[in-house]
Design a protein around this ligand. Structure first.
Ligand code: SF4
Ligand code: SF4
Length: 200
């Protein structure tokens, strides 16, 4: 039974002799294939070749050190709370006397882990961090064979003192301007009297 009259026959033409040989169609297909040999290839041979990525690309995270080489993270947990994938875990510890050159704040992350399989690279951890400690970078997370190898600890996340990762281009103009106000840099250790002094 025909329910609607919307169906239509596309073609019921009989094949000609030449069409039944399929040779013209094969020749036409080969011509298209050969024409592509002389075109510039849009693909690259990754990983030997890579394409440049935008400065604001959201790839593998970095935990930053300050200008003196101390870890910026104070283990406040705001990044973990803001993470929609619940990919971040950490354990905090108190800085001991003599460790001021290692950790910027009195509390630091003894362990800090990101599960790269859970991460959706949304960048919310970067936005939530009040200490400018965590940034996403233009680096790609390596492929691994084992699931546990995707859990990145401080050994993979904290930048080394000698090889700093430039994240200055990730900051918006507004943030850059904000930081120029002395005493209002949001990384400064809070000193009440400094707060109003900085205003122009
Ligand atoms: S980028 Fe997003 S999903 Fe990944 S750790 Fe940060 S907040 Fe979580
Ligand atoms: S990375 Fe930033 S937001 Fe996350 S715990 Fe450290 S200081 Fe807090």
């Amino acid at each position: 039974m025909q329910l609607t009259n919307r169906s239509k026959v596309v073609s019921n033409k009989e094949q000609s002799f030449m069409e039944s040989l399929y040779l013209p169609a094969i020749a036409k297909g080969m011509l298209i294939t050969f024409s592509h040999l002389f075109k510039k290839t849009p693909t690259v041979k990754y990983p030997e070749q890579t394409r440049p990525r935008a400065a604001v690309y959201r790839g593998q995270h970095v935990l930053k050190r300050d200008e003196n080489g101390a870890e910026r993270c104070t283990s406040c947990g705001l990044c973990a709370v803001s993470c929609p994938a619940e990919a971040i875990t950490m354990e905090s510890a108190e800085r001991k006397k003599g460790e001021e050159n290692l950790y910027r704040e009195e509390k630091y992350a003894k362990t800090y882990e990101i599960n790269m399989l859970r991460c959706i690279f949304c960048g919310l951890c970067e936005e939530a961090c009040p200490k400018e400690a965590i940034f996403l970078t233009d680096r790609i997370v390596d492929t691994e064979f084992e699931r546990e190898d995707f859990i990145y600890g401080k050994d993979k996340l904290v930048e080394t003192v000698t090889e700093r990762i430039d994240v200055s281009k990730r900051q918006t103009l507004e943030v850059a301007e904000f930081k120029k106000i002395p005493g209002l840099k949001h990384n400064n250790v809070f000193e009440g009297k400094n707060l109003n002094k900085g205003k122009k």
